[in-house]
Ligand binder design. Structure first.
Ligand code: MIC
Ligand code: SF4
Length: 641
């Protein structure tokens, strides 16, 4: 049997282990990317490894998240990032140059290579035929040091695309349809590989929208073949020389296959508060909205903003709607400006923001109380917009623009003939906002502001671990629940003592102070605990508060890896009913934890409050056991250096 594309690239990069169900593999990483909200930690960790220059083919540091400088903190972080990049061989994409995933797709992604990024939407580059994986900052730091990235061999899920998209239906509708079918847990442990005759009808930015939101499936990554469409896109970026044709073998095998007919899709919408809560736009048509936000790494490419501009041209948005637009990259921004489309957007009453993540991560533009907001983004978790009781819906740019125009949720098919946007054969290429690393690293002084606090480290794991259940939460808890973001908290990303006070703030504002006064303890979660963002702060800050282990029904991949990296033991219930039995406040004791890890045995947990014992499983590889016992990956790496 032939090989699928994902397996081919994984095999080419395999440096340890062998591919097989449940087996841990180590792959070499060609490229890394970081963004500012996770990057400060990643570079502090890289510095701690005392390696002078990155050992990857290419590493890029982007500034796109913390661009609202309402105090010195973010600006200080940017200065640190710029200087540390110059010193250690990393390219630096300046604030304003765009969202990491959009810029990386335009300027750096290479078919067939591997990319590890400290952001969960790194799989965006899968639209260009890369194996691009999101991870915690520490994993990225280790990759920059030239070490492999470890993961459990993913199952390969094929999505066979047939037919072509109808008028006013776009890539966002494809991935919303996939989410509707598979749910936010449907991709856990899998790589989603798109194949079939429908692939050729999708442009690279459309493919990237689909692979981007594969993160919302919980997938390890998603990938498209590299074909003539890919070549054309690379030519438009004056990078045709990096193109190679890549595809699965004709007779390739897959673990699972789903068939999707593109021509049967209609405009879709994800309702509050989960990206998989999908229905048709028709169903909700007529609902009044307060805000429409267009942008993010999912939907802010050139063609998308041109489409929005064409829909709004010569019109004015109604008084009940605030329309905000953030172009995905400076290249997109400049191109729509030169074409005149930007003027059309401004004239329509749109509020134009800088090219950055912006409202997607709650950096400004929070909706009003109980406000209805339609966004072209990828996540609509409670509170992420900055307004806890807001109702956030996720849609395509076409639906967003039609809705902004009418002031009520609108199926764009009601607008009549679709707008046609001619493709750009060649973009104007200007990389002056991407700074190459210094030629003389010794001359560079790394600048640290007062917000950058030293990295907290954990002691090696003890054999007897005890404490109380500090919090019990339900299924699908996101890292936005665990470690909220937004304009007020994000500036503290390089200050763990300060950011720790906000852990679980939206769920239980007493959590941090209770954890501190109890000297730490445990967390209990349901299924898919820790889904969403890659922020390692969702592990690092609880570690700082003394959390020793998390019990859950199941974990999301990146968060589980982050817990291990910071020495917190992720444990799953052997009998799922124990999740129901265990209560917040129970006093627990685990004797012989280290032994259980070494012997690869199930772990006995004594619930002193209920006077009963239950079993949990760690499922850690030998390497992961050693990391946890060392008190985290940094200690482990140092011990081995
Ligand atoms: C997100 O979309 O949630 C973020 C902000 O980009 C995160 C990274 C972070 O929290 O810094 C992600 O997706 O990994
Ligand atoms: Fe930025 Fe939003 Fe994309 Fe995260 S999902 S990288 S916050 S635009």
């Amino acid at each position: 049997m032939g090989r699928n594309l994902a397996t081919k690239i994984l095999e080419e990069h395999l440096v340890s282990g062998e591919l097989g169900p449940g087996k841990e593999i180590g792959i070499s990483i060609d490229q890394t990317l970081t963004q500012d909200a996770t990057g400060t930690m990643a570079y502090l960790q890289f510095e701690a490894m005392r390696i002078p220059r990155v050992k990857t083919k290419l590493s890029v540091s982007y500034v796109d998240h913390n661009t609202l400088q309402s105090g010195f903190e973010n600006a200080d972080d940017h200065r640190f990032l710029q200087s540390v990049a110059a010193k250690h061989g990393v390219y630096f994409s300046r604030p304003g140059n765009g969202i990491c995933h959009q810029v990386h797709l335009e300027r750096f992604a290479v078919p067939g290579e591997t990319l590890l990024g400290s952001d969960s939407h790194t799989p965006t580059a899968g639209g260009l035929g890369m194996i691009a994986i999101g991870a915690g900052g520490l994993d990225v730091a280790v990759a920059m040091a030239g070490r492999p990235f470890y993961l459990t061999t993913p199952r390969i899920l094929r999505i066979m695309l047939e037919g072509e998209l109808g008028p006013w239906v776009s890539a966002k509708d494809v991935i919303l349809a996939v989410l509707q079918k598979l749910s936010v847990k449907g991709g856990v442990g899998k790589i989603v590989e798109y194949t079939g005759p429908g692939v050729g009808s999708l442009s690279v930015p459309q493919r990237a929208t689909i692979t981007n939101m594969g993160a919302e499936l919980g997938a390890t990554t998603s990938i498209f073949p590299s074909d003539e469409v890919t070549r054309k896109f690379l030519r438009s970026q004056k990078r045709e020389q990096v193109w190679t044709a890549l595809a699965a073998d004709e007779d390739a095998g897959y673990d699972e296959t789903v068939v999707m007919d593109l021509s049967s899709l209609e405009p879709l919408i994800a309702q509050p508060h989960s990206p998989d809560n999908v229905t048709s736009v028709r169903e909700l048509a007529g609902t009044p909205v307060d805000q429409v936000a267009i942008g993010s790494c999912t939907n802010s490419s050139y063609r998308e903003l041109m489409t929005v501009a064409a829909i709004l041209q010569g019109k004015t948005i109604p008084p009940n709607v605030s329309l905000v637009i953030s172009p995905g990259s400076r290249q997109v921004y400049e191109t729509i400006a030169r074409s005149g489309a930007l003027a059309d957007l401004i004239a329509s009453g749109a509020r134009i923001l800088e090219s950055a993540c912006g409202p997607c991560i709650g950096m400004g533009q929070s909706p009003p109380s109980k406000g209805v907001t339609l966004r072209t983004f990828n996540r609509n978790f409670v509170g992420r917009s900055g307004t806890k009781d807001a109702l956030v819906y996720l849609v395509s740019p076409e639906v967003a623009a039609a809705t902004a125009l009418r002031g009520v949720i609108t199926d764009p098919r009601d607008l009549g003939d679709p707008v046609e946007i001619p493709e750009v054969d060649e973009f104007e290429i200007d990389d002056r906002m991407i700074l190459p690393p210094a030629e003389d690293p010794d001359s560079v002084e790394v600048i640290r502001g007062p917000n950058i606090k030293p990295l907290p480290l954990k002691d090696p794991l003890e054999n007897l671990v005890s404490g109380e259940v500090l919090l019990k939460v339900e299924d699908n808890i996101t890292t936005d629940h665990i470690m909220p973001a937004g304009a007020k908290i994000l500036p503290l990303r390089s200050n763990i003592p300060a950011i720790s006070d906000h852990v679980f703030e939206g769920v239980d504002p007493t959590f941090a102070s209770r954890a501190k006064s109890a000297g730490g303890g445990f967390i209990v979660g349901g299924e898919n605990y820790g889904q969403g963002s890659s922020r390692e702060h969702a592990a690092l800050a609880p570690m700082y508060l003394g959390v020793k282990a998390v019990f859950a029904r199941s974990f999301a991949r990146i968060h589980r890896a982050n817990l291990i990296n910071f020495g917190i033991v992720p444990l799953t219930f052997v009998d799922p009913a124990d999740y129901e039995r265990i209560q917040q406040g129970d006093a627990l004791e685990i004797a012989g934890l280290r032994e259980a890890l070494v012997q690869n045995a199930d772990v006995q947990v004594k619930d002193r409050t209920q006077n009963r014992t239950f079993e949990v499983r760690h499922g850690l590889s030998e390497r992961q056991c050693e990391i946890v016992m060392a008190g985290g990956l940094l200690n482990y790496t140092r011990e081995r250096a």
